[in-house]
Design a protein around this ligand. Structure first.
Ligand code: PLP
Length: 390
């Protein structure tokens, strides 16, 4: 059975051109960039060129790019690294309640070390209010960390507006742009951020590689110590092949972005309309227009997301409920509950995320299969039976 993959926000397939670019660095060009001989220098040269390409995608200078093991490490480095380097100035960090766990967990860890963290609420669309950011700042605030777009509901946050406030207050601004880099325009100067996290496997690159953009002059401490690679910001022998893969993915994304935004936004809206015209008692989660091009997140009342997911999987359709990381926990998504959804609505959520190889024909198949699954599950739903008895 040919599978229909609609979980691009969890991870993307590797672009064949990315694999081709990586292969020489997994085979004959295997040198360590720190080695003086020519094989080492070849690898060093490849890392240098890759740094320029990644910087170009986000409008940064190449010396502002630190390669990490992915989005999680980039987020940890931004938050813990800023906290450690600026403790004398302050011990307060502002973030939002809908961040990825890669931001929330280091914040919670810092709380145990004596830092104080404000978790801002969001509105019904999952939007952070710049006014709330302004009100949360104190003389002790050293960092604001708000994601560029949410991985579950796709809502795009007003980062440039928030940056005006943090700039005026002299507070660093970090954004987790793991879901946006390569998909919508991301420019560090237009956004006004000091730190930005990105991850290759969300833009058709390999897993286990990402980077943190650190604006020149930002005071940040390393969190991984050792041989002093990445100018001492991130020790460890460089993952040369993956770094080259990330750069190739960045280059491809830059060329294809405008067309992909148009194509995926229209597929997304087609799917949302299709779902609404075929299924009753369904709600769209996230902002109707200020959202990622390929994201469709819905709550289907009276049934469980997990049950829909398993039935979709049997039909060869890969989707997700909540985020890939939290879906194993069976707790309602912290993003959806922060947006004001009831636990039942949050449990009935389903996320479809489209990408480069998604076709209209595939969406048509989902639009045929999903209503059948919903009817079947609703027919045996204890929630619905409970309601009809009343
Ligand atoms: N931040 C966001 C918004 C994400 O969606 C993800 C991935 O799910 C991450 C961070 C973590 O990135 P990585 O998987 O590269 O560690």
């Amino acid at each position: 059975m040919k599978r229909i993959y609609l979980d691009y926000a969890a991870t993307t397939p590797l672009h064949p051109e990315v694999l081709n670019a990586m292969l020489p660095y997994l085979t004959e060009s295997f040198g360590n960039p720190s080695s003086i001989h020519s094989l080492g220098q070849e690898a060093k040269e490849a890392v240098g060129q890759a740094r320029q390409k990644v910087a170009a995608l986000i409008g940064a200078k190449s010396e502002e790019i630190v390669f990490t093991s992915g989005g999680t490490e980039a987020d940890n480095m931004a938050i813990i690294g800023i906290a450690l380097a600026n403790r004398a100035k302050g011990d307060h960090i502002v973030t939002s309640s809908i961040e990825h766990h890669a931001v929330l967990e280091p914040c919670q860890w810092l709380e145990k070390q004596g830092f104080s963290i404000t978790y801002l609420p969001v509105d019904g669309y999952g939007m952070v209010s710049p006014d709330d950011v302004k009100k949360a700042l104190t003389a002790r605030t050293i960092l604001v960390s708000i994601m560029h777009a949410n991985n579950e509901v796709g809502t795009i946050e007003p980062i440039a507006e928030i940056a005006k406030i943090t700039r005026e207050a002299g507070v660093y601004l970090h954004t987790d742009a793991v879901q946006t880099v390569g998909h919508i325009p991301v420019n560090v100067d237009e956004l006004g951020v000091d730190l930005l996290s990105l991850s290759a496997h969300k833009l058709y690159g390999p897993k286990g590689i990402g980077s943190l953009y650190v604006r020149k002059g930002t005071k940040i401490a390393p969190i991984i110590h050792g041989g002093g690679q990445e100018k001492g910001y991130r020790s460890g022998t460089e993952n040369v092949a993956s770094i080259v893969g990330l750069a190739k993915a960045a280059e491809l994304a830059q060329h294809e972005m405008a067309d992909e935004i148009r194509r995926l936004s229209s597929l997304r809206d087609y799917m949302i309309e299709g779902i609404f015209s075929r299924i009753s008692n369904v709600r769209l989660n996230g902002h109707p227009t200020i959202r990622l091009p390929g994201n469709v997140n819905i709550s289907v009342e009276y049934i469980e997301g997990e049950a829909m997911l398993l039935n979709l999987d049997l039909a060869g359709i890969c989707a997700s409920t909540g985020s890939a990381c939290s879906s194993a926990k069976l707790e309602p998504s912290h993003v959806l509950t922060a947006m004001g959804l009831t636990h039942t609505q949050a449990h009935g959520s389903l996320r479809f995320t489209m990408g480069k190889w998604t076709t209209k024909e595939e969406i048509d198949i989902v639009l045929e299969v999903l209503p059948q699954i919903v009817s079947k599950l609703r027919a045996v739903s204890p929630l619905l039976r409970g309601l009809s008895k009343r």
